[in-house]
Design a protein around this ligand. Sequence first.
Ligand code: AMP
Ligand code: ZN
Length: 437
Amino acid sequence: MKTSAFWDKKMETISRESLKKLQLARLKETVRFALKTPFYRTRLKKAGIASADAIKRWEDIKKIPFTTKDDLRECYPDGLLAVPLQDVVRVHTSSGTTGTPTVIYHTKADLDSWTDLVARSIVATGAGKQDIFQNMMSYGMFTGGLGLHYGAERVGMTVIPMGGGNTKRQIQLMKDFGTTVLHITPSYMLHVHSKLAEAGMEIKDLKLRKAYLGAEPYSENTRRKVEQLFHIDAYNSYGLSEMNGPGVAFECVEKKGMHVWEDVYIVEVIDPRTGESLPDEKEGELVFTNLTRRATPLLRYRTRDIACIHKGPCACKRTHRRISRITGRTDDMLIVNGVNVYPSQIEEVIMRIPQVGTNYMIRLEKEGTLDKLIVQVEIYSKMFRGDLNEIDRLKEKIREELRASIIIHPSVELHEPGSLPVFEGKAKRVVDNRQKL
Ligand code: AMP
Ligand code: ZN
């Protein structure tokens, strides 16, 4: 039966009316803190918000300008710090692979609020203190590790803080400690499956019940594949370091979208080109405001993640609205000979083909003046024992199904299991060699 307890029933089932009132009061307080930072003092005053009193009604949020990742970079290292440094107990930064990192400071109360949301999320998936939780997300600056760690401890789960990598040992620990819940990226989860046999293990040797999959976009077909391969329930977990990390939105046992914890986050969906608000069920860019963080207040932060807000209540009785799966990012769209393609469209197609294994890559090359899209797919080894005609037919089938979905004709390469690059954290599946020529 699909049921789960509540971590904070009163807050999770609060009426929409009370929730909006609470959001407004918290938004005002957040603006008050934001005005303490050099960045927002200038930015908000320019927009006519000289004090928190400018926020009177819920709709006044529209007066607040958006904040972008570039704004955060410009504030490096402390242009967004709203409390004395001595009140800060932790700092997280983004990886900074594409330039100056972004910095988020946390007070003790900020961490407490974040931890509570993660605890809420875990309980919403039907897990609890009886569970053995193996955290396979990397610890350190990346918020996936510590975020889930503290939430799981708060719930009272038995936590195995393994971090990412060392697959053989991961599998051994799963068996030895009877791990029931994993936190892991979907790409790494699929890789773990391909290593089970090598570790001399079968699914029946493990006690896995659930996995929390997040940190990177993946398709519904990948979720299904993980669930079937491991005989478990897989839940989508969404977060970003600018909004603390995991625990921004999480699926409940219904698995029909991720509840955004709206007492702490205001979620909006906008048209990324115009900045206009979009109605429910319409896909656009997610924008979040954190309503409780004091050390680094962030107002109307543009995530670049694409999703929609679902209409209507959830059968689990939580009143907090749900967002859809993230279908891509405004900055990961590929333009191939003028046609827009999202990597997620490619994944959706290949992961529903049974012969396809657990890994793939997307490569872009220049051929003369034209772009060439190459989809490299690992297939199960039994396929390689089949005749060549069979392999050709499979290649053609994948090519045809991709063409039907993305309009362009890609080249398809079939690879043996274990031959494509493996990612133990966030996967980087797109290699674009076009500019290099
Ligand atoms: P970071 O700030 O490094 O934790 O990265 C956050 C980003 O990871 C988000 O903005 C999303 O692009 C991506 N992400 C996190 N969780 C998910 C998820 N469940 N589905 C899709 N993308 C995700
Ligand atoms: Zn629900």
